[in-house]
Design a protein around this ligand. Structure first.
Ligand SMILES: [Zn+2]
Length: 343
């Protein structure tokens, strides 16, 4: 097709068509809260969530066009295309609905570069995994969007094998969901805030367990994690008179220590403290306890902290007793025993 002969309007319509083509109907409907009752190669059926009925096949979406109908209340009469559906379900205007669909497909119709990238993706779908950066587009890192993502959190982190975290804990850390990356993997969202509480990035966890190892957690593109300690904005309020902060490697360890009543815990989101993170600690704490993972990089991270910090702050490096268990793998009682004697 010769795109040069298109007018601006036709060009836009063509891009919208490509955007719609890129949407995975099942995944989108699940995100919008539909309880899918049947999915064939041609269409998806579900109770209609637009009017809230429970007839299992009243709502149908065509998998090719992504157009939909509601057979019981004719909800589609106000707009039967997928953009209208997103506008109504998420209460967005047209522009934001297009942006939302862009974010879950990785296809931004206003960005010529992403458009070209998308075309390449369609042409060579099988190699995209190796040619594209493993980061999330920076769009949607706002309080408003986070609020919308909150209702889409899955039960991934509640499952025993993924940590068995209670919903109150996941709520406390604002864990959200509904992010579909450009490979089609659905992800839960862990919001990351600066020391002052400003929302600065998301780390998104693949909940399908299908993403390759390096793609399990994706960070927002452009986020400088070297200058942020996860949860410091809350932890600093629990540092107590001794101004003690506990540093672990990952998000789940922070949540587990929180459950063990160590709410003064932060994560360096890696296996060593960077210079920027050490400076954050110097300005917040008198005492720092490190509790890194017991693997080789964690031990190296601990030794590095000792080397860099020992004359600058009261540093207490802790080592975990089992080589194959991260802090999140211990019971609350065990953690209280390991850390409690120091605190
Ligand atoms: Zn309906």
């Amino acid at each position: 097709m010769n795109r040069k002969s298109f007018s601006g309007k036709e060009e836009f319509r063509y891009k919208l068509h490509l955007l719609k083509e890129a949407i995975d109907a099942d995944a989108l409907l699940r995100l919008l809260g539909f309880d899918i009752s049947k999915s064939t190669s041609k269409e998806v059926r579900a109770p209609c969530k637009v009017h809230g009925g429970d007839n299992k096949s009243s709502f149908r979406m065509n998998k090719q066009t992504k157009n939909w109908v509601c057979f019981s209340h004719s909800c589609h009469e106000d707009g039967y295309d997928v953009i209208s559906l997103v506008m109504r379900m998420l209460n967005l205007d047209f522009g934001d609905a297009v942006k939302y669909l862009g974010s879950i497909t990785g296809f931004d119709i206003h960005d010529e570069k992403s458009y070209i990238e998308y075309k390449r993706f369609k042409d060579r779908q099988e190699v995209i995994q190796h040619t594209s950066k493993c980061e999330l587009p920076p769009a949607h890192v706002t309080e408003e969007y986070l609020e919308k993502f909150k209702k889409f959190r899955s039960n991934y982190f509640e499952k025993e094998k993924n940590g068995g975290f209670p919903t109150e804990v996941l709520d406390a850390f604002e864990v959200s969901g509904g992010y579909i990356d450009k490979y089609g993997f659905q992800r839960d969202i862990i919001p990351i805030r600066s020391k002052d509480g400003k929302l600065v990035a998301y780390s998104c966890r693949d909940i399908t367990d299908k993403a390759e190892y390096d793609y399990k957690y994706l960070l927002t593109e452009g986020f400088e994690k070297d200058l942020v300690l996860y949860n410091l904005h809350r932890a600093k309020n629990f540092a107590g008179e001794s101004k003690t902060i506990i540093v672990v490697e990952g998000f789940k360890s922070v949540w587990k220590l929180y459950m063990a009543d160590f709410k003064n815990t932060v994560a360096c989101m890696g296996s060593r403290l960077t210079e920027g993170q050490r400076n954050l600690l110097y300005s917040t704490a008198f005492t720092v306890i490190t509790l890194f993972d017991p693997d080789e990089s964690g031990v190296k991270g601990t030794l590095n902290a000792i080397k860099e910090m020992r004359n600058k702050i009261n540093l207490i490096p802790l080592f975990l007793p089992y080589a194959d268990k991260d802090p999140a793998d211990y019971t609350i009682e065990e953690l209280q025993y390991i850390i409690g004697t120091i605190k």
